[in-house]
Design a binder for this molecule. Structure first.
Ligand SMILES: [Zn+2]
Ligand SMILES: [Zn+2]
Length: 201
């Protein structure tokens, strides 16, 4: 599949913008479990506290299903790590006021049930207490710094939904993306679990 040259251009521009930004953006560290299914993280620079419920994205992996928390990254087999330097920048000329903090977490070869998945990550805005609505289509850039094959594919997982009478099966949507100098770039406004697949099937 063809990668979008435009996405890659946007990405380079965005990274240079980010480097020149001077105002304080909270950089939240790791999450510590608390009571009532909540957990908290502290800003490494100013000490501000963010607390949120565990919010999980689920996906079928062979026979099993996995649930990954968008904030702390915990799932059945381990923890997706914080992706340092992960960013989402609105593509609107006049960006909407976005609530919450953008958090992306990922891991290489995370699921024993499906070896075609090279990398998995979550991307979401976490507000105080919960997941925040992602307002604008944004260019997301993730410094993954891993090896990806030429023919890698980025997909977004839409979990299965419904009750016993109506079942919508899990859907995997192919996404346009670029991968240059170890940085993955793509457009989205959907908090979700994303998978990078590739290699021989
Ligand atoms: Zn701060
Ligand atoms: Zn969590």
């Amino acid at each position: 599949m063809k990668k979008l040259a435009l996405v890659s251009l946007c990405c380079a521009f965005m990274l240079s913008l980010a480097a020149s930004a001077s105002e304080h953006e909270h950089v939240f560290g790791e999450w510590t479990p608390g009571e009532n299914n909540m957990h908290t993280a502290l800003c490494e620079e100013c000490g501000e506290e963010l607390s949120a419920r565990h919010y999980t994205f689920t996906s079928k992996m062979g026979e099993a299903s996995v649930s990954v928390c968008a904030a702390c990254g915990q799932y059945q087999d381990g923890v997706l790590a914080l992706i340092e330097g992960a960013q989402a920048l609105s593509e609107k000329p006049t960006p909407s006021k976005q609530k919450g903090v953008f958090i992306a977490r990922g891991l290489e070869s995370p699921f024993a049930g499906d070896e075609t998945i090279i990398y998995a990550f979550t991307a979401a805005y976490i507000n105080n207490g919960e997941l925040a609505t992602w307002k604008d289509v944004s260019t997301v850039s993730l410094p993954l710094n891993i090896e990806l094959p030429e023919d890698y594919q980025l997909v977004r997982v839409t979990p299965s939904a419904g009750d016993d009478s109506v079942q919508n099966p899990e859907k995997r949507t192919e996404m346009e993306s670029s991968y240059e100098d170890g940085v993955l770039c793509f457009s989205t406004k959907t908090p979700a679990l994303y998978l990078i697949t590739g290699g021989e099937k």
